[in-house]
Design a binder for this molecule. Sequence first.
Ligand code: NAD
Ligand code: UFG
Length: 332
Amino acid sequence: MSNVLLTGGAGYIGSHTAVALAAAGHRVVVYDNFSNSEPAAVQRLAQVVGAPVVTIEGDVRDTALLQRTLLEQKIDAVIHFAGLKAVGESVLKPIDYYANNVQGAISLLQAMQGAGCKTLVFSSSATVYGDPHYLPIDEAHPTRATSPYGRCKLHIEEILADVSVADPSWRLAALRYFNPVGAHPSGLIGENPNGIPNNLMPFVAQVAVGKLPQLNVFGNDYDTPDGTGVRDYIHVMDLAEGHLAALKFLMQHPGLHTFNLGTGRGYSVLEMIKAFEAASGKPVPYTVAPRRAGDIASCYASVEFSAQTLNWRATRSLKDMCESSWKFQQNI
Ligand code: NAD
Ligand code: UFG
């Protein structure tokens, strides 16, 4: 068993990863400033886990508090989820994004160095690949971010590479997530964005439940089988288990390692709507709207490197993704 600190652990992916870690016998400590989550989420998380979850309210840019937490909680490894994540907002507020995300990562690394804790898993994103040159996208695909959000991810990956060169005893993993969706089967935790959702699946769920009147499908003239955008949607519990696999791998392998976490299969917007209608038994009315600026036609992962190296593969179906997301949506 190890003690694992989850920065941003009250958020969507962090809370699901906390469940997977606890189920594997690890002790999790959540560190979050609740800028995009609420303390109640940790209470629901504790209900799922069946035990209280130690939670520290703090900002990752508070290096002193982080370092104290690492030492007091005897942390063996950190998973760094904390950050701002809205692509469109990052274009409007680049300073906030660099300050929160890049400065936050530097502060965390300083605190870890100070506390002598050198094992870190970082939440990166498929957005670092930009417009794909080929599909499926493997880890060797060139990187080119197209938004301040994406550039934050790339800058942080570069910082991790420099840290690893300077001190090869660090154990670092950058996990490039594709499109996480779905929720824990309990329906107690899930994705609950503030305001109108930016992402497809929470939007679809809110239309199905009657909170929003209809979905705008951003473009049906892409070079894809039905003209709508294709993405690699991965069940958040599969993604959560990918973190566990990465931590296990790092125990045996120092250095910086980069992995795609996806399923290897793409679904179109129209396929997602159909699957959600089937899972919920509710109609999801939509209209076709113009393309969204910055969107690409298709994006899906090559998962061979992750499968071979981490001995991990996503197993949950699109049906599981939609059913669990619907269950959570009805609970909130
Ligand atoms: P989320 O917003 O649900 O969770 C992030 C958590 O971090 C929130 O609880 C928020 O309160 C906290 N936080 C933000 N800034 C903080 C700070 N300065 N100090 C302390 N806590 C802070 O987001 P999520 O979907 O769970 O994403 C987690 C990570 O995964 C992010 O780094 C995100 O960029 C990355 N990611 C997400 C997706 C996705 O589609 N959800 C895709 C690729 C990568
Ligand atoms: N879409 C719609 N209508 C909506 C929302 C989305 O048609 O209301 C479409 C998009 O055009 C796209 C697909 O649904 O074709 C998926 O869009 P999302 O916004 O759900 O996801 P993205 O692939 O654009 O981006 C997400 C995260 C990024 C992350 C990336 C990783 O928002 O932070 O996945 O692949 F980097």
